[in-house]
Design a protein around this ligand. Structure first.
Ligand code: TRP
Length: 347
């Protein structure tokens, strides 16, 4: 029977927000609930260090915050097919990463659009070496979960937000290169398949194209009701609509973008009302606040349950299963690369 796995992850640099929720978490939950895959959800604390090496305490705190967020949205590591994995606790992954660094080219990593976007406004020379190389390290995150030995029909699915796509394409490229260089006709690392949801990205409350903690424009999953409402009421709308009798332009309005992500059914009607000045921005925001709070309420309830769970035990279980798989992949990789030195090991 074909092996079907899901691997995906998030950096542990702070609490999660609505951008994570619509861009990734809803999709993760869907694949989990389909029951068709063994799912590995990676807490990327090593990748968090690429930009936050000066603040390890924040990363430690964030590992538990992110786990609570995951539990609250309904990811369920108590099912046999679902595992939470701590990236730093998987030694085989570091080793694969070091080998992949040797076949990755500096120029292709420098061209990576996601990396370039993250570098915007910062000096390349000030970034850590770990940061500049993280696209390769992320390929190790993915390919260490390759079904091994591979059979036709095996799958390694990676559900992510839109911004991660270049990393996944690169993962498939490097896996192909590895197999060609060392596989002697066999696929040792599997080319992953990307999966993106209907809403791949959510604008920030300030209208910036990305919701992000560093831009201060997030609505967090753990925000209480009043905070959500306050953040929405402060949002900018269509700048051309100065008076409520002015016709609105929903296509440029961030509040409308949120309605699009969370309030699908009433969209056509809302667009008409806005264009005909039949609804005020304040009314539109109130309705959004209500809708969002409705969506977040069950998540808030589950936080209470999540806080009672033994997070360390969840991670231990996840990492035991991840190490089993990673061990198999790493031995196949080392054998293929002539790094198994059988005569030395037998001594
Ligand atoms: N780069 C992802 C982020 O910024 C996190 C991540 C690390 C990841 N390893 C991964 C995503 C592997 C998908 C697959 O959130």
């Amino acid at each position: 029977m074909a092996t079907k796995r899901v691997l995906t992850g998030m950096r542990t640099t702070g609490p999660l927000h609505l951008g994570h929720y619509v861009g990734a978490l809803k999709l993760w939950k869907q694949v989990q609930d389909s029951g068709e895959y063994e799912c590995f959800f990676l807490l990327a604390d090593v990748q968090a260090l690429t930009t936050h090496a000066d603040n390890p305490a924040l990363i430690e705190q964030s590992v538990s915050d992110v786990m609570l967020d995951w539990l609250a949205v309904g990811l369920d590591p108590f099912r046999p097919n679902v595992h939470f994995v701590l990236q730093s606790a998987l030694p085989e992954r570091f080793e694969l990463s070091a080998y992949l660094m040797m076949i990755a080219r500096f120029a292709e990593v420098s061209r990576n659009p996601t990396l370039k976007e993250e570098l915007r406004g910062r000096k390349k020379g000030d970034m850590s070496v770990g940061f500049m190389a993280y696209p390769v390290d992320q390929v190790a995150d993915i390919t260490i979960f390759s079904p091994c030995p591979a059979h036709p029909g095996d799958q390694l699915l990676v559900p992510v937000g839109e911004d991660q796509i270049p990393h996944l394409e690169y993962s498939a490229d490097l896996a192909r290169r590895f197999n060609k260089m060392y596989g002697r006709g066999k696929n040792i690392l599997l080319e992953c398949q990307p999966m993106v949801g209907e809403v791949g990205r959510l604008v920030g409350t300030d209208g910036n194209s990305k919701m992000s903690k560093s831009l201060g424009n997030t609505i967090d999953l753990a925000d209480p009701q009043e905070v959500v409402t306050k953040k929405i009421m402060k949002m900018v709308t269509d700048p051309a609509r100065r008076y409520k009798s002015d016709p609105g332009h929903p296509e440029v309005c961030p509040v409308f973008a949120y309605h699009k992500a969370f309030n699908g059914p009433s969209l056509a009607e809302r667009m008409k009302l806005c264009r005909g000045a039949g609804i005020t921005c304040v009314e539109c925001k109130c309705q959004l606040a209500q809708r969002l709070n409705e969506e977040l309420e069950p998540i808030r309830q589950r936080y209470l349950w999540a806080q009672e769970q033994d997070l360390v035990e969840i991670l231990n279980r996840g990492n035991v299963r991840a190490c089993q798989i990673a061990g198999q992949v790493l031995s196949a990789v080392k054998q293929a690369m002539h790094l198994d030195y059988p005569s030395l090991i037998k001594e």
